[in-house]
Design a protein around this ligand. Structure first.
Ligand code: NAD
Length: 272
């Protein structure tokens, strides 16, 4: 029950009917007997500037999760950004400080890493491949670099995106070997599909984010992950599991990220 004394967080996007964060956060707050609640806000684009002013003055609001289409639009309009948000030009969470200042971060990559660490993956000195360099793929690539991988290979249908992200990462992490488009999948410790390929696939024969000849080089010692949330086991993950790989699903990343989002807003511990 929301009361006058309830502290609020929000998620803003458009549309928002499909988002899972409100039920996940509100279940956690209820189970922990926390007097905090999350609201979903379906915001029209022409209301964005007024919304930012409202956030600054909303005294019982601790923060706001940001989803499509506002991740990039909001990044340029806040009062402070984390280093990675500034580099990537994107936010997926905002904290409202007590004085009304709005500070943003992007924790998609941290959520991904929290889930990977939970199954024993240590990114230090690892060789990694990220397929898809959009909002989520860029954030995962950045967090992998911050966490100390030795090699990062990125690939995308868009060569411009690969070049732009590669340049940004080489500047921020000169000690890491960063290249594009793998010739083989051998020797990777971690491979992540961060593209939407596989979303909505009805069976294991659905589309793959890499060509079949390349898929045949996948080794059973590689951790294979997907960001796609539905189905949980994409054709890519089903193939990897069949080859003997450990797998990490999109819903596992989404669940792990709740702690990163809540912790940034100051309403949950880092791991929930
Ligand atoms: P986006 O549109 O910003 O980026 C997608 C990228 O994938 C683009 O650069 C596109 O060119 C590339 N791509 C498409 N097909 C490809 C292919 N065959 N090979 C290589 N690259 C390809 O999208 P986004 O915001 O980064 O979201 C990506 C996915 O992540 C979506 O499916 C979204 O639902 C999912 N997602 C998952 C979580 C989670 O917690 N699990 C969180 C947010 C988003």
């Amino acid at each position: 029950m929301i009361q006058g004394s309830t502290e609020l967080i929000a998620i803003v996007g458009s549309p928002v009917a499909q988002v899972k964060s409100p039920e996940n956060f509100n279940r956690w707050f209820a189970n922990q007997q926390q007097n905090v609640a999350m609201l979903a806000i379906d915001l029209a684009p022409n209301a964005l500037q007024n919304f930012i002013e409202t956030l600054r003055g909303w005294q019982n609001l601790r923060g706001c999760v940001v989803t499509v289409p506002y991740k990039q639009l909001l990044a340029g309009r806040l009062d402070g950004l984390s280093e990675r948000s500034a580099a990537l030009g994107s936010v997926n969470v905002i904290r409202r400080e007590n004085d009304g200042r709005l500070v943003g971060d992007i924790v998609d990559g941290e959520g991904f890493l929290s889930a990977a660490r939970q199954q024993g993956f240590n990114p230090q000195d690892k060789k990694t491949l990220v397929i898809g360099t959009g909002g989520v793929g860029s954030a995962i690539a950045y967090s992998l670099c911050q966490a100390g991988v030795s090699h990062l290979v990125i690939s995308d249908l868009s060569t411009e995106r690969v070049e732009a992200l590669g340049e940004l990462l080489r500047r921020a992490f000169p000690e890491i070997v960063i290249s594009a488009d793998p010739a083989s999948l051998e020797h990777f410790d971690l491979i992540v599909n961060a593209s939407p390929v596989g979303m909505g696939a009805a069976d294991d024969d659905g589309p793959m984010p890499l060509p079949p000849a390349l898929m045949q080089t996948l080794q059973g010692s590689t951790l294979v992950a997907d960001v796609v949330t539905s189905p949980a086991v994409t054709p890519f993950l089903a193939f990897a599991r069949h080859r003997g790989c450990a797998i990490q699903t999109g819903p596992e990343m989404a669940l792990a990220q709740l702690g990163n989002l809540g912790h940034f807003m100051g309403v949950t511990p880092l791991q929930i």
